[in-house]
Design a protein around this ligand. Sequence first.
Ligand SMILES: [Zn+2]
Length: 475
Amino acid sequence: MRHAVCQFHRRIGLKARTHHTIPVISAKSIARIEKLDLPKSLLDTIKKEARVRHRKEALTVRYQLHDVSADFIFPDRWHREYADALADSVRRGGKHRAFLCYEPADDIELLGFFDIFILASYDFSSYKSKAEQSERTFSYIELDAGRIELLQKRLEVLSGVYAARDLVNTPSNDKYPEKFVQMLQSHEWTRTKLTILDRDELERQGFGLLLAVAAGSSKSPYVAIMERMIDPTLPTIAIAGKGVTFDTGGVQIKPEDMEDMKMDMGGAAAAIGAMMGLDALETLPWNVIVAVGLAENMPDGNAYRPNDIYRSYTGKTVEIDHTDAEGRLVLADVVGYLEANCAPKSIVSIATLTGACMRALGYEYAGIFGNDERIIQAMIDLSDETMEAYCRLPFDHRVLRACKGENADLRSLNRKYLTGPSIGAAFIASFVERARFTHMDIAGPAFRPEARGIFPKEGTGFGALSLYELLRRWV
Ligand SMILES: [Zn+2]
């Protein structure tokens, strides 16, 4: 727990400032500022400040903003298309960046800017013996009390994104399923009910596929369930997250790219991050249940093998095609459990499921699949606002048919069928009978080789913000 979740508030603060704390800037910058269309009173203050202070720049932000220590100046009105440039500037700048801003046109602009500032300020340094955490403060001038409250509330949501990133970045020796569960238990949930199913319970209830995936590891699997039951008459939406805390590929061990595999619980992290944000809201338009399947995929004498056949939670049997296609097995049992126990109207699964999705869509887009048109469209529409982009990929009777097994009801993979990401989605969907279904494959954007825009290097928390926005509103 010390290393993950909830580090947020000590690193980012909100601070009221007066004109007197406007950062000091060089003569060159002043020349640049003079060309801006700033109110005269603000310009005079800046010049006065600049004379009395020397080279002691602080990161001070006021809206609308201009980065005065770099060669870039935003136009008069904020626009989403500047988001990446601003985020890169915030991240590069650290303490030594000066921003000048004037008033936001509306709350949407203010929050858009605030999100970028906070999300681009993230770093993961809790494992370093010397604290290297940069102090970053979002400072504001002349914001009214309503807007300050708005920002404070937004911090609760963004802290969920930070928590998702921390979870992904935490090394696997510190987040195997039992430790992962401890982190969830030590989080201070206000309105969310947390239930943990341990190995005995999973065996009793018949989570055959999840147990098969975990068989080669000395670490026991778990399922963690987080519930917000608002009103039994409201529809329920259920989210299933893949939480493979490390993925070696199993006995068909990965020939390459194993070094990133601490990220294979990115779907669980995103769902949990969203739930942390929702926990701060007094009510929701529907009941929300998040369940994450936690297991480690390791090779040893007890590990599951190709051609093994296992019985799933729902009773359907599955022939294992490849031991590295373990995420869909974990999710199959979790969605089966959710449908049987929670009667959801809609189920959403989120996972770092296939390398093929990453190769198809790169790091900027997640694949989205399914038959819940409203949710799929809502997620695509939210892309602009949350900066988490989704691209719809094929999902129909063809891919569903390709999951049919020869020796069992289903096979875990169909290598003759080339659309791997769609087969993954269809396999999970095969365990959902009544609910509408959406699957999101975040294999690319969950973990990046380098930072860009609001996304840091490595764990991005991708999915947490868009799921939060989806779940807090009715679609
Ligand atoms: Zn795998």
